[in-house]
Write a protein that binds this ligand. Sequence first.
Ligand SMILES: [Zn+2]
Length: 487
Amino acid sequence: MSAFDTVIHGGTIATATDTWKGDIGIRGGRIAALAERIDGGATRIDASGRLVLPGGIEAHCHIAQESSSGVMSADDYYSGSVSAAFGGNSSFVPFAAQHRGQSVDDVIATYDDRAAPNSVLDYSYHLIISDPTPKVLTEELPRAFARGITSFKVFMTYDLMNLGDGGMLNILTVAKAHGALTMVHAENNDMVKWMNRRLAEAGLTEPKYHAISRPALAEEEAIHRAVSLAKLVDAPLFIVHVSTPEGAEIVQRERLRGTKLFAETCPQYLALTREDLDRPGMEGAKFICSPPVRDAEGQAVLWRHIQAGTFASVSSDHAPYRFDETGKFLNGRDAPYPKISNGMPGIGMRLPYLFSEGVVKGRITLQQFVGLSSTNAAKTFGMDTKGSIAPGMDADIAIWNPEETRTATLADQHDNMDYTPFEGMEITGWPQTVLSRGEIVIENRELKAGRGRGRFVARKPVSLTGMPGYTAPELDPARNFGAKVAP
Ligand SMILES: [Zn+2]
């Protein structure tokens, strides 16, 4: 009997800090040994000429989730996890969305029913909170936290989701008390509504007008406000899908000041522009997401921020709505842009795109790629057995062929969508084989794992080491006449 269930042999292994040639011994679903050479193994995987990386962690995706207007995403936990796996991921963290009037306990039970029987990959949830009643704040969120759901997302936009500044302060305070991380979609709701009204009055409702309906200033203002709210109570904050240089600059500046702040951007903000929203007919609807895709000048700046470490992660924000009446056109084929479902797919393209445009084109190192695709998400979101290659860690591993060049196609996505916004892009570097807890999920680009093998991952509190934070003088007992207002 071999000492190892599986040995990955002869590959170039990389983590967020190092690259070396060697073998990995896997036993009981975990990495048991790293050495220059390991013999044996009930299964031996030849990785010569390949990169052996920590499996990706997709930290922003919408799977089996109803939007606030009641549209169900096209991917369930099966197709969503399969597409993620083909794209080099070993685990993912979709959202569990509370809509107004729902109890958080019921929401979590609903998502457990959706995920557990179906997911091919390990999963956890970020909660979306849209109705922070006293019961939610004092009983349900603490219960969710105790279960290992350690991140809560809130919205500053969309009338049915937006909590207002006071609601956000309440969530930030509760999250902080439990060690949870608040995530925020930051766009100024009234600016967007005002733009929508003006455009509608002028009869400008084609998809391309989505690009200007949500101004860069709406993101910049809301990020600044979200950071200010978080600083008032010294709570950690994660800004999702930063799409503008101005937003990224705020993140960079505040991180330098020690604010407990994290952020991500997404491939669509690097790959696509408003010209895509101006494709003929209703084609532009495929590229409607919020915040909107912007312009080439902004993309160059976002890349600089990726290089400089402003962003913890590059996430897909996979929000799959088909190009038909079940998805984009729920309100009709010729719906005005505000009534076209918001979001685009990309869970299978996140890592190939980032590898091809980042590593292959020399913009980022392989170590940065591993950090942005896996390690940082594991640390930010408290998945302490995932995100690296080291003894004792889960054997979540993606084996890449860094030289394979293929054109991105819908067929390669293995999701439940009828388009990919990345169609036709030439991509160099593709994951070939993906392991999750030592089990082969994808082998030579074929699915090998079954529905429901994925497990729920109870997550730890966010680590804030190295982030001193901020004490507002008005909340500092030494300087506020002893008033007890601090959380
Ligand atoms: Zn999203």
